[in-house]
Design a protein around this ligand. Structure first.
Ligand code: AVJ
Ligand code: FE
Length: 444
């Protein structure tokens, strides 16, 4: 083939990939909303969450704004509802009271938008203009829908009633050769300037020096976390930050969210099922303050965001940063527990093929990991294409989360992907792992 033909073939492959990703995201949104009746769709299951029918129409509205109107230059599908589905106009708690599109109308709306988008996709050069180059705007909208699908999964977890979601159990755990590994001092390339679908807050790539540190080879398990509870960790302010202790008192925290104390141990409620807590699964549904208190009790600390990303991406053999801990290859079922394939974290050691070069396991998938870092732009950050995706949150009361959970789609599972939330949030699928400084003796 000539160079021009090769390029055309590349663009057509990209077009096919975009169409597949749009379809996969939509299949998931439909599965999560078809699983319950209309009454459940419009109801608020928790003040922390939107009604599911809001998420659905909001996903369609963002798709209309960016792909139909901006990329496609088409007339609005509906110009009367933008304000209703603008996340900055209405807090989640207020959304049920809005004159939202009822379920049947919301479904019709997202279908109509999608039909137009498939036509826009056929006509886009997928190069040239920054919004279209590499299919960026399409990728952004796919990731937006998938992020809302994870939010909808969290709403399902909060919902009372019989189970409506089903999935096979995760693969079994395996013993790990070490509890922690040393990541030697060195600078590494953090973030990316070349990943076509990376969002603005992941850019640009920049060198960061990270001092030597130890990081756990696995996230903290339910069994380890239960030991902290049994040792009185929730009743000893020594382990908590001042803010953390104030919140622990105010909210009367005594265990992860969804844990239930039983006569002979702990149970949990997971998507409507009450079950014994698997000891070797990563703990989930703890807030940043609980993670930090556990780490202090264990004589350790949470990793920082650069430490986490270096552990996840740096390849000492080549000096390069990888796209994922295991390499540049897209996540398969052998690498990581992503994509709502299972409806829980997998036990520690379940993904040996997903380990990093240093031997750190389950960095991607299973649970989001709380980090001791605030949300800021990287040096050279530019908002693109809109301030409200990232920049509006910089410097706010947020802590960083990395690595994705079992509820995160692979399209948002790359190791540069950044997530953030308030340090008190527990409904998200978040856990943590610990780290510690390396002493001079250990480095000698
Ligand atoms: C990056 C997960 C914090 O859900 O608030 C969705 C993603 N941005 N719609 C969120 C997002 C706009 C965002 N998080
Ligand atoms: Fe959104």
């Amino acid at each position: 083939m000539t160079t021009a033909n090769t390029e055309t073939a590349g663009i057509e492959q990209l077009r096919t990939r975009v169409a597949e990703q749009l379809e996969r995201a939509r299949a998931r949104s439909i599965a999560l909303t078809d699983a319950v009746d209309d009454d459940d769709l419009v109801r608020q299951h928790s003040k922390l969450m939107s009604p599911l029918v809001w998420d659905l129409a909001h996903v369609g509205n963002q798709e209309e704004l960016w792909l139909v109107r901006d990329v496609g230059g088409r007339e609005p599908v509906r110009c009367d509802i933008d304000n209703l589905y603008d996340a900055f106009q209405h807090a989640r708690a207020d959304r049920p009271a809005l004159p939202l599109l009822p379920p049947a109308e919301a479904r019709r709306y997202v279908r109509e938008v999608r039909d137009k988008v498939l036509d826009v996709l056929e006509r886009s050069p997928l190069e040239g203009r920054r919004l279209e180059a590499g299919g960026f705007a399409f990728g952004m909208i796919v990731q937006h829908e998938q992020q809302h699908d994870e939010t909808m999964l969290a709403t399902h977890q909060l919902r009372a009633g019989a189970p409506v979601l089903h999935a096979p159990p995760p693969p079994p755990g395996r013993p790990l050769p070490a509890a922690e590994v040393l990541i030697p001092a060195a600078s590494f390339a953090m973030g990316t300037s070349i990943d076509a679908w990376a969002l603005d807050n992941e850019r640009p790539a920049h060198e960061v020096f990270v001092d030597a540190f130890f990081i756990d080879t696995a996230p903290v398990t339910n069994a380890a976390y239960a030991a902290f509870i049994e040792a009185g960790g929730y009743d000893d302010p020594r382990w908590w930050s001042e803010r953390g202790w104030a919140y622990r008192q105010h909210a009367n925290l005594s265990a992860p969210r969804f844990w239930l104390r039983a006569a002979d141990g702990w149970l949990r409620r997971r998507f409507g099922v009450v079950e014994p807590i698997p000891p070797d699964e990563p703990v989930v549904h703890v807030c940043f303050h609980e993670a930090q208190a556990y780490a202090a009790w264990a004589g350790r600390r949470l990793p920082t965001e650069p430490e986490w990303e270096k552990a996840a991406r740096f390849d000492p053999a080549t000096g390069r940063s990888r796209r994922y801990p295991w390499g540049d290859e897209d996540p398969g079922p052998e690498h990581a527990n992503l994509g709502q394939r299972h409806l829980s974290p997998a036990p520690v050691g379940a993904y040996p093929a997903g380990a990093s070069p240093a031997g750190v396991h389950q960095l991607v998938g299973d649970v989001w990991e709380w980090l001791d870092s605030d949300f800021h732009g990287y040096p050279g950050f530019e908002p693109f294409p809109y301030r409200e995706y990232s920049e509006a949150f910089f410097g706010g009361d947020y802590k960083m989360l990395r690595g994705g959970s079992f509820g995160t789609d692979p399209v948002a599972g790359r190791a540069t992907f950044r997530n953030w939330d308030h340090p008190i949030r527990r409904q998200i699928f978040a856990g943590f792992r610990c780290a510690r400084d390396a002493s001079p003796e250990e480095l000698a």
